[in-house]
Write a protein that binds this ligand. Structure first.
Ligand SMILES: Cc1cc2nc3c(=O)[nH]c(=O)nc-3n(C[C@H](O)[C@H](O)[C@H](O)COP(=O)(O)OP(=O)(O)OC[C@H]3O[C@@H](n4cnc5c(N)ncnc54)[C@H](O)[C@@H]3O)c2cc1C
Length: 71
């Protein structure tokens, strides 16, 4: 088993579609690659206030990576 990659991308209009990810925010096509924050595609009519969702998805992705490593 290899260590999971952690991808972190900056802001942008596009992102990874939910259909590409499992419930733990791992890319289905790239097992061991977990995604969070602005690299995800979401509708956020919050006027730019995105930190809560970025932190929440980061937590989810981190926990999922730990579970994945533990097998
Ligand atoms: C000016 C401004 C003000 C904002 N104010 C607010 C606010 O008041 N409230 C709020 O909720 N949201 C605010 N936001 C939005 C919020 O800051 C972002 O949505 C959030 O920080 C995105 O988090 P992220 O982890 O997805 O990406 P980022 O915070 O952009 O983190 C990405 C990290 O990855 C690093 N990185 C990039 N490429 C690589 C690479 N190849 N290898 C390694 N590291 C890499 C970058 O250096 C960076 O540290 C603001 C955004 C901006 C630009």
């Amino acid at each position: 088993m290899t260590a999971p990659d952690v991808l972190v991308l900056g802001s942008g209009g596009a992102g990874l579609a939910a259909a590409l990810l499992d419930a733990g925010l791992m890319l289905a096509a790239r097992p061991g690659v977990f995604c969070a924050g602005e690299m995800l595609s979401w509708d956020a009519p919050t006027g730019g206030y995105l930190l809560t969702a970025c932190l929440a998805t980061g937590r989810r992705a981190g926990l999922s990576a730990a579970e994945w490593l533990a097998g």
